[in-house]
Design a binder for this molecule. Structure first.
Ligand code: UDP
Length: 237
């Protein structure tokens, strides 16, 4: 069923299948930060992220969000609709952290109400720069209508995710999602939602349970991902 390797990214591999409209996504154990400047491997990270992302996508689909996910093939691989990824990182922020703190001087932990939405241009050569709608349109990445649609999906997804994480004792600080175009042009949520792509803080202790543990050399990276996985599994039981 899994055929040729079509693409290899920092954390995932994409394989063709016998159906030209479907791909298999394999989650690797590799972790990178700072645009690939820092690299490591964490045994079992791929399996944990695949399972975490699949559980979250399944919940979002129940809530009516369209995604690329078809089904899990096994704990590390997912069968997905083949999409053309839109070269934008769609970021939603509920609490100030990361680049926002460095760039405009907000204090880490400050609540952002309403949430801040950002688009970054997915381009490693330029370090994924923050851009506005006019830039996205000039670069031919998306139309104004598509940008508006993505923004409204980002807000909906944020509301669903905030509630989901809160149920398992986690504050959703911020997250990055990616969208893809299906063959008929429909825009769907693609890529992954995991501790690699979200900032997740324990609601009570404010302990960081996400990739910042790797970025900031805090240790306990895989233990944090295991904890997130455990809480989501308990919720779905
Ligand atoms: N993020 C991501 N991939 C990236 C950049 C950011 O998944 O290439 C996520 C990151 O984990 C965080 C959110 O997007 O949850 C906002 O990240 P930020 O802009 O603060 O950048 P960072 O501090 O990670 O460089």
């Amino acid at each position: 069923m899994k055929n040729a390797l079509l693409y290899e990214g920092k954390a995932k591999q994409i394989y063709s299948t016998n159906n030209p409209d479907e791909v298999i996504i394999y989650y690797k154990d590799d972790a990178t930060a700072g645009n690939g400047a820092k690299k490591a491997q964490f045994e079992d990270k791929g399996r944990l992220n695949s399972e975490i992302s699949r559980m979250i996508f399944a919940q979002l689909m129940k809530d009516g969000i369209k995604t690329h996910l078809i089904k899990a093939v096994n704990e590390r691989e997912q069968l997905c609709h083949k999409v053309d990824i839109i070269l934008l990182e769609a970021i939603v922020r509920n609490i100030a952290a990361g680049s926002l703190v460095k760039r405009i001087g907000l204090t880490e932990g400050e609540t952002l109400n309403p949430p801040i939405l950002e688009f970054c241009y997915k381009n490693d050569a330029f370090n994924d720069p923050l851009i506005n709608d006019d830039h996205a349109i000039a670069l031919g990445l998306a139309t104004q209508e598509e940008l508006n649609h993505m923004r409204s999906e980002m807000l909906k997804i944020n509301e669903f995710l905030k509630a989901l994480w809160l149920e398992v004792g986690i504050d959703l600080v911020d997250f990055k999602i990616e969208f893809g175009r299906m063959k008929d042009g429909t825009i769907v949520l693609a890529d992954e939602i995991s501790p690699d792509t979200c900032r997740l803080w324990d609601s009570k202790t404010h302990e960081k349970l996400d990739k910042d543990r790797f970025r900031q050399d805090m240790g306990g990276v895989i233990e944090a991902y295991q904890e997130i996985h455990r809480r989501l599994e308990e919720r779905s039981e």
